[in-house]
Design a protein around this ligand. Structure first.
Ligand SMILES: Nc1ncnc2c1ncn2[C@@H]1O[C@H](COP(=O)(O)OP(=O)(O)OP(=O)(O)O)[C@@H](O)[C@H]1O
Ligand SMILES: [Mg+2]
Length: 241
């Protein structure tokens, strides 16, 4: 469902992503794990067509992201690291706006908004102004706009960052509940988050993939915990970024 081949991104002299390759099969929930500055957000921005790669290719559901941006946008729900929300809009007005910009069929919009409000536990907030919502509810609005239109692929960039423990648990459960309907790539630097939510993990460090495995394999190998696998993966490449 997601195919990334030799992807590279340079910001001036900085090689943020250095020839990353990986595949994600349909229905998998992949944790994209790496320390600060590893290149997680950069890779995700390329996958969602936010900006082009310097080299390499990325394909979603058979469409190369740079060559077919519209087809890709239709197939990907994206929760960016910092979600741009329209502070003065109500939740309902914002989701209606997103539904229109995703070109959902007019007669499907009402039902689809009701579906995502329900999936994200947002009904009590539907008439609230976004600027007045707590951070947890703002993040739910971010998730709701991502799943609107039921795209087959979800790309979630640190969906639980900055939330309180209760909200973290609720958002993780919500993401788990999306798994049956979507292929999910979720970035984090929180190890337990990967074990709780994901069935596979890609560990990246300094712009390179260092490990790619199922959670089952990673934690089964001689009783190695994900933590050990993570530290070993980072040590392979001379420490964290
Ligand atoms: N727009 C930009 N211009 C210049 N450098 C950038 C830009 N965006 C990211 N970088 C740099 O590229 C590298 C990778 O950044 P990226 O945001 O992809 O990492 P990340 O894995 O998402 O990190 P974090 O866990 O902190 O979110 C970092 O060194 C970062 O400082
Ligand atoms: Mg990031």
């Amino acid at each position: 469902m997601i195919e990334v081949k030799d992807l590279t991104k340079n910001y001036g002299d900085l090689a943020a992503v250095q020839g990353i390759s990986f595949n994600v099969e349909q229905g998998q929930v992949i944790g994209f794990l790496g320390p600060n500055g590893a290149g997680k957000s950069t890779t995700m921005r390329i996958l969602t067509g936010f900006f082009p790669a310097s080299a390499g290719t990325a394909t979603i559901d058979g469409f190369e992201v740079h060559q077919h941006p519209m087809e890709v946008k239709r197939r990907v729900g994206y929760l960016p690291e910092r979600v741009p929300l329209y502070e003065e809009m109500t939740v309902k007005a914002f989701l209606t706006f997103v539904a229109n910009s995703k070109h959902l069929k007019r007669n499907a919009i009402k039902g689809e908004i009701e579906r995502v409000l329900d999936r994200c536990g947002l009904e009590p907030m539907v008439s609230r102004t976004i600027g007045h919502l707590s951070k947890g509810y703002r993040q739910r609005v971010g998730l709701a706009q991502a799943i609107l239109g039921a795209p087959p692929v979800l790309i979630l960039d640190e969906p639980t960052s900055g939330l309180d423990p209760k909200q973290i648990i609720e958002i993780r459960q919500m993401i788990k509940s999306f798994a049956g309907d979507h292929t999910v790539l979720i970035s984090t630097h929180i190890l337990p988050e990967v074990s709780m939510v994901c069935d596979h993990v890609i560990i990246i460090n300094k712009g390179k993939v260092v490990t790619r495995d199922s959670m089952e394999n990673l934690t089964a190998k001689g009783g190695t915990s994900l933590e050990d696998a993570f530290m070993a993966a980072l040590a392979k490449d001379g420490g964290a970024a």
